[in-house]
Write a protein that binds this ligand. Structure first.
Ligand code: ADP
Length: 269
């Protein structure tokens, strides 16, 4: 609490009492703490690849350039670290646009079945490389509703890539699509490493990761789920994660089946 006070006087100019103003600043302080943590995280995440790029280039300049094999190896590391920074900056820019309400959504009629089929094709090879089964189960021939195709595809690619990443070789990833009364329900289920119970409540926070080293090694920025949540909520939908450590994870995405959502003209139609 912050405390402010002022005396008040009667007609004889005698102090008759005191006005006390107590202001609850818990929320303000919490926001400020989150902001500071975010800046610290961004700096750290950018510094890690930079340090690596710097040390590899220095070693090359110090004479290693003559060794072609080593040079190539080092340059590959430099290249992939630069890619990581690009991904990070791209994700940060997207989040900043959400924060400033600058994101334009193209919400028009699209088919969720087509979108999921496309996702399965795009990620099929990644799953196959890990000898995983990636399946899509639905009774719907098509399920048309209003959404931004590219943005929802981005969400699904992220959720399914996570399922593939955090599932061992030979595991199984299933995507279900169901038409409910008022909403479409997409469920992405994996047989992977799962998320410990204590981490679940914070999993949608920016930069929150169960295992930082592992996520980094797998190319993650730790921003995927927070971006997914922003996009789904912009569609008036919801996203939730259930998980059991060492058993698997289930992500449920709900998108309302509302015609009225279409052409709420967030921009081009
Ligand atoms: P990242 O880029 O690290 O994958 P995300 O925001 O996409 O970031 O996910 C945040 C964290 O949630 C991951 O680092 C991982 O610890 C956990 N996670 C997400 N999806 C899964 C999953 N299917 N199985 C297990 N853990 C997951």
């Amino acid at each position: 609490y912050t405390v402010d006070y002022a005396p008040f006087k009667d007609e004889n100019n005698h102090i008759g009492g005191l006005v006390l103003v107590l202001k609850d600043v818990t929320k303000q302080q919490k926001l400020e703490k989150m902001r500071r943590e975010f800046v610290a995280n961004v700096s750290h995440e950018l510094k890690t690849p930079l340090t690596s790029i710097k040390s590899y280039t220095e070693t090359l300049l110090d004479g290693m350039l003559d060794d072609r094999t080593i040079s190539e190896q080092f340059l590959k590391v430099v290249n992939s670290e630069a890619d990581r920074m690009t991904r990070l900056v791209r994700d940060l820019l997207q989040l900043s646009n959400f924060d400033n309400n600058k994101t334009k959504f193209n919400i028009v009629n699209n088919d969720l079945v087509q979108l999921i089929n496309q996702t399965v094709i795009k990620l099929g090879i990644t799953a196959k490389n890990k000898n995983q089964r990636l399946e899509f189960v639905t009774d719907c021939e098509e399920l048309i509703t209003c959404f931004d195709f590219d943005r929802i595809e981005q969400v699904l690619l992220n959720i399914v890539s996570n399922a593939i990443k955090y599932t061992e070789d030979n595991g199984k990833i299933s995507i279900y699509l169901e038409k409910k009364d008022y909403e479409a329900l997409i469920t992405v289920k994996d047989t992977g490493i799962g998320i410990p119970k204590e981490d679940l409540p914070r999993i949608f926070e920016r930069f929150y990761r169960v295992d930082k080293a592992r996520s980094r090694e797998l190319g993650g920025t730790g921003l995927g789920l927070s971006i997914a949540k922003e996009i789904i909520e912009a569609h008036n939908g919801s996203i939730e994660i259930n998980s059991e450590f060492n058993k698997g994870t289930e992500v449920k995405i709900r998108i309302p089946l509302q015609k009225s959502l279409c052409n709420t003209i967030l921009n081009t139609v």
